[in-house]
Design a protein around this ligand. Sequence first.
Ligand code: PMP
Ligand code: GLN
Length: 381
Amino acid sequence: MIPIQSKLPNTGTSIFTVMSALATEHKAINIGQGFPDFEMDQELAALASKKILQGHNQYAPMAGHIPLRESIAEKIFSLYNNQVSAADEITITPGGSYAIYTAFTTILQPGDEVIVLEPAYDCYIPNIIANGGIPVRVPLKFPDYTVDWDLVTSSITKKSKAIIINTPHNPTGTILSDDDMLTLQNILSNTNIFLISDEVYEHLVFDGKQHNSVLKYPELYNRSFVCFSFGKVYNCTGWKLGYCVAPKAYTAEFRRLHQFDAFCCFTPTQVALAEHLKKKERYLSLSSFMQEKRDFFLDKMKSSRFKLHHSSGSYFVCGTYEHISDMSSMDMAVHLTKTIGVATIPVSAFYQNGDDDKVLRFCFAKKEETLSKAAERLCQL
Ligand code: PMP
Ligand code: GLN
């Protein structure tokens, strides 16, 4: 065999793969990996099937089905008051992670530093390293996981090329406030630092709060690649369809890579989404739908010895188990899967060096029946 010099020599298998495989092996209830166990939006499913039968089965344009980009531009204008160009600023991608990876590939040169707030969604650091970049990790403040902006400021060096943010946040369920966004804008002004903003949970913000998209802040948007995913909007994570919104010059470079990578995305779902996205109430009602699930899970967990953190958005809530065990969170997640049949995700997996505050992540984007059964078992600990 010819030896391969690995691009990711220190990276193992994704925690989601590990925990979901363990859940299957032990027939455990899976409230680990973030995917709904209920049906996706049925009207959209029917529409997509219809589009296949109607013959929308050939290549879409490289940047995406044009009416879909137009529907996205309308949505962005109505929600964030930003008139982005469907032709020049929106690119449809095979999922949100591909959009993030391609944004990194577009801007990074070997040795460039990227500021990452930890805990961080698991693809960011491998994406940076695979592109020759150097992750500069800045911890969020424990236990409320807010951003220490002074620490961010002091982490900026001459080599800083970008910072990546994620709101609503995976794994912690926190959201960035208007103040956070303005502080970030202030920190980045007069720098050449790009902003990559992961907003795949934009429609999952609870308790009447607002999603503060980078698209609402023109000065920030001018340095940004903003990444989205339809999987989280219509509960169809397996569709792997998303998009990247970026100013024209950045989009042109992004597409220079995209045209020789994916080239284009699955056509029938794009055609269906172009129509379905016009029904605003579908995505606007998502927050209250998922908030009910969060509240249902919290209620069922009331008598547990886990100390649950507050979740303001996303599919997730985190819980500290210091009163239950002093195992590491990885060991605890494996132990719970094997012994009580409940799979969760250890939050230490979202830190490059495995920092461990003894926290597990629970996904509440599940049927009530799944949440009740899992909570019942967790409450017995
Ligand atoms: N970012 C975050 C924070 C996520 O949780 C996920 C996974 N759902 C993604 C990006 C990737 O989205 P996609 O499945 O569309 O690639
Ligand atoms: N985003 C999902 C999560 O956080 C998992 C996606 C994946 O498995 N890569 O659980």
